[in-house]
Design a protein around this ligand. Structure first.
Ligand code: FES
Length: 190
């Protein structure tokens, strides 16, 4: 009885192991084949990412990698939103929204930098528009500059709580990539 009971288990294990090997082997063999058939398949796979925002509490920020670039995601406080909304466009160095989802001439109002109904989330490519350094302001102890957003350590560009350039040599606001909410707590970038 004991032998009978053991035999199927062992056989199952061998079958499972063989299946796993075949699956992995198959995947390894197929990948270059798929790539060859459709050169864009790999690029498309990386073209968009999904990010779960649930763990990011108000006042916190995370950085994710998308198409090789850092993307800043900040869960803004009510005060940060109010400060960003109170800014007159005329005070801005760059009056354009730089939001890839909007026309090029859309103005850099706070609503044009965020999504309606989700104004507490600011999502931007975290690359300084001066010479490409990564601004500070994501980590809790970081200096956030004179406008409470981000401070580029390379040549001192200050960005506000909507990611708009307010002081320093950077010519443009931080870029807002195309993204959408697929649920209340999940976004898809790209
Ligand atoms: S690269 Fe950011 S200020 Fe120069």
């Amino acid at each position: 009885m004991a032998i009978d009971a053991e035999e199927p288990d062992r056989r199952d294990f061998l079958v499972l192991a063989a299946s796993a090997f075949v699956t992995v082997g198959g995947a390894l063999t197929l990948w270059p084949f798929i790539q060859q058939m459709n050169p864009d398949a790999g690029a498309q796979a990386l073209a968009s990412i999904e990010v779960d925002l649930a763990p990011v509490k108000e006042g916190q920020a995370i950085t994710v990698l998308w198409r090789g670039k850092p993307v800043f995601i900040r869960h803004r406080t009510a005060e940060e939103i109010a400060t960003a909304k109170a800014v007159d466009i005329k005070e801005l160095i760059d009056e354009y929204a730089r939001n890839d989802a909007l026309p090029e001439d859309a103005l850099a109002t706070d609503p044009n930098r965020t999504k309606e109904g989700h104004e507490n989330w600011l999502i931007m490519v975290g690359i300084c528009t001066h010479l490409g350094c990564i601004p500070k302001g994501q980590a809790l102890g970081d200096k956030k500059g004179d406008f409470g957003g981000w401070l580029c350590p390379c040549h001192g560009s200050h960005y506000d709580t909507a990611g708009r350039i307010r002081k320093g040599p950077a010519p443009r606001n931080l870029e807002v990539p195309v993204y959408g909410f697929i649920s209340d707590t999940k976004i898809k970038i790209g």
